[in-house]
Design a protein around this ligand. Structure first.
Ligand code: FAD
Length: 491
């Protein structure tokens, strides 16, 4: 029941309490701006904390423990089959999320950011309404607003006969899969992108027979194929089947099972499973916000258009995070949140980062930053690269996991580091060195001459840089010796 309407006035209203929104609110408050944060979920943290990054990584940790125990027989340690208490696992994951959400609430409170729970509807460029369930609606007048409404899973309605089938508990999106209601015996994952593969890793470790169907010719479409290969090999041992170049044409939802109709290379025409996870991408939350009452402009994909200072076409409204474009990643949202708050405080801040790292938290992890071979080829950028295989890394050997590779991509003229791509355990942590190198304008010598601790996986970055430099040296020697031979012949 709605009782009346209250009116509030703030300098800054942040819409959305995900990593972008709460970071923007905290930075703005720190800079002395009277700030209010509104989110439609009871606890702050957004998708990342409650339905994305954090729950998936908690479950992936459980998967890693199970897989490590299973493979320990290779060095003489044998465990009995694990007993998995799914209720306890779920409760542990929820506990992690609750503690982190409490942390965010505490930070907002101590920064004196007003936190309101409710759904936002813009009235115009200066005011909006917050609809609160069972409480008075609030009208908020603001000098500025930051849109940080994030994104949601893309559904595939055309696969189903009717709406009821689409809503069946046998059909999950990433949020449903992370809720971990049960462990289906047979799971079909539609989409071989990072979310599909992370969730496949979790469910396969918990005991599901997982089949992945991907429309493109490779898992992790768009990622350099040499980085994906070791992961694809490992996954082919963990999953029941991976069908590439394959489309799901329709899903027949029965009482307890789902029959998928497939079309593709080597795939069966039908596949009966107990549950289906649809993980084919995400859509920006730019609709149903009343943005048409403002000057904000939206592009053809639904993203809010911004400039490098995160300003939209409406001079009072900025936008950050998933709602403002690709790549939809929490750390991009966080950086943009800081930029937006600083711009509003009159600082000369810009989102001009050269490297946004991307990490796929599978086993092995795949991570990259800066330019990739794929991107360089597409854009016709001249690059060179050097690789170091983890089979030659002492640390990788001691982890009983010598599967991996480190690749440095550089400018062949200036030797400046342009990109770093890695596949192997903890690649996601290691890629940070590449981000720093790219942001600092480092050249190959900087990575080759900095001492990396031994034995660590970080040495593979050092080794890849050394490999590039020795190749360049060899080429230079060859050129100078053929030049001197030529000179002698002429002299
Ligand atoms: P969000 O986190 O989406 O938060 C937006 C908030 O706004 C939500 O709480 C939403 O309910 C609220 N909202 C929307 N509309 C309204 C409205 N009208 N009124 C009030 N509130 C509203 N990224 C990584 O960097 N690393 C990872 O490992 C990673 N793993 C992921 C795993 C999964 C399964 C998924 C789904 C995503 C993952 N992501 C990961 C992506 C990451 O979650 C997003 O990039 C990130 O959450 C974006 O942050 P944001 O601040 O833009 O918005």
């Amino acid at each position: 029941m709605v009782v009346g309407e209250m009116v509030e006035q703030v300098d800054l209203l942040v819409v959305g309490g995900g990593p972008g929104g709460y970071t923007a609110a905290l930075r703005a408050a720190e800079l002395g701006i009277k700030t209010m944060l509104v989110d439609d979920q009871p606890k702050p943290g957004g998708v990342c904390l409650h339905m994305g990054c954090i729950p998936s990584k908690a479950l992936l940790h459980a998967a890693e423990v199970l897989n490590t125990a299973k493979e320990a027989h290779r060095f003489g340690i044998k465990f009995d089959s694990p007993q998995i208490d799914i209720d306890e696992l779920r409760a542990w994951k929820e506990d992690v999320l609750n503690k982190l959400a409490q942390g965010v609430s505490g930070l907002l409170k101590s920064a004196k950011v007003d936190h309101l729970v409710g759904k936002v509807q813009f009235i115009d460029s200066k005011s909006l309404r917050v609809d609160r369930e069972g409480e008075s609606n609030v009208r908020v007048k603001f000098k500025h607003a930051i849109l940080a409404t994030g994104s949601r899973p893309t559904p595939l309605p055309f696969l189903f006969k009717n709406e009821a089938d689409m809503q069946s508990p046998l059909i999950m999106d990433s949020t449903g899969a992370l809720a971990l209601a049960d462990v289906p015996k047979r799971l079909l994952v539609i989409g071989g992108g990072y979310i599909g593969l992370e969730m496949s890793t979790v469910y396969a470790a918990l005991g599901s027979e997982v089949t992945v169907v991907e429309m493109m010719d490779n898992l992790l479409p768009g990622v350099d194929k040499d980085l994906v290969r070791p992961l694809a090999t490992k996954l082919s041992g963990q999953l029941k089947n991976i069908y590439l170049n394959t489309k799901v044409k329709s899903l027949d939802v029965k009482t307890n099972t789902v029959v998928a109709h497939l079309e593709g290379e080597g795939s069966p025409e039908t596949l009966e499973v107990d549950k289906v996870l649809i993980a084919v991408g995400r859509k920006p939350n730019s609709e149903e916000l009343g943005l048409e009452e403002t000057e904000v402009e939206i592009d053809e994909f639904g993203f809010v258009k911004t400039d490098a200072m995160q300003r939209t076409a409406d001079k009072r409204i900025l936008a950050i995070g998933d709602v403002s474009g690709q790549p939809m990643l929490a750390h991009r949202a966080i950086r943009q949140g800081i930029v937006a708050a600083e711009v509003l405080a009159g600082k000369s801040s810009q989102f001009d980062n050269r490297a946004i790292p991307a990490v796929v938290f599978t086993e092995p992890e795949v991570a990259w930053c800066g330019i990739t071979d794929t991107e360089a080829k597409e854009k016709g950028i001249k690059t060179a690269s050097a690789k170091f295989p983890w089979s030659a890394s002492g640390r990788a050997m001691t982890l009983a996991e010598p599967v991996g590779q480190t690749k440095i991509i550089y400018d062949p003229e200036t030797l400046r580091v342009l990109g770093l791509g890695m596949v192997g355990p903890r690649a996601g942590d290691l890629v940070a060195e590449g981000v720093l190198a790219i942001e600092m304008g480092a050249v190959l010598e900087d990575l080759a001459e900095s001492i990396h601790a031994h034995p660590t996986l970080s040495e593979t970055i050092n080794e890849a840089a050394l490999a590039a430099l020795s190749r360049i040296e060899r080429q230079a020697q060859k050129t100078s010796s053929s030049a001197s031979t030529g000179a002698k012949a002429h002299g």
